[in-house]
Design a protein around this ligand. Structure first.
Ligand code: NI
Length: 167
């Protein structure tokens, strides 16, 4: 396993639409394991493959306090949404920035697990938010997109400045 570099907003690679996984093979499992290690080390509660520059439909999530309840979703699809919740979100690709986003409160999701087996789960609250946030990444969206234009341009300027200083 290895820790991957996480792309930072406004990197245009975060705007790619990720491609579905045709077959869950050892290479996919290696990527899943790298993503999990990268997420735990960051530390974060969710990570999409696109954030480590792999435009493929994989997300990993662990919202447990004990950090030992890894959830892997390959080719995830939300097929039911209900209710609304507004929650403060952050993102490993936008470090230090938080903002409230309105999302469905309850969702049903189907996906493949790390063994390539199909499963369905119902999620609510924080887990539902996290899954929707990560699936957005697979479609080239970042939570910042839901914030006001003013806030978005402030965040963009801040990160562009940081990147210039880092070069
Ligand atoms: Ni994120």
């Amino acid at each position: 396993m290895s820790i991957r570099t996480i792309l930072h907003y406004p990197d245009p690679r975060l705007r790619c639409v990720a491609a579905p996984i045709a077959q869950v093979d050892d290479a996919v499992r290696r990527l899943v394991d790298d993503m999990a290690e990268t997420m735990y080390q960051a530390p974060g509660i969710g990570l999409a493959a696109i954030q480590v520059n792999e435009a493929r439909r994989i997300i990993v999530i662990d919202i447990s306090e004990t950090r030992d309840q890894l959830q892997v979703f390959i080719n995830p699809e939300i097929f039911y949404r209900a209710g609304e919740q507004e929650r403060e979100e952050g993102c490993l690709s936008v470090p230090g920035v938080y903002g409230s986003v309105l999302r469905a409160d309850r969702i049903r999701v189907r996906a493949l697990n790390r063994d390539g087996q199909a499963f369905e789960i119902e999620a609510e609250g924080l887990l539902a938010t996290c899954i929707q946030h990560e699936i957005d990444h697979l479609d080239g969206k970042v939570f910042v997109d839901y914030l006001s234009r003013l806030k978005q341009s402030r965040i963009r300027k801040k990160f562009e400045k940081q990147q210039r200083l880092a070069m």
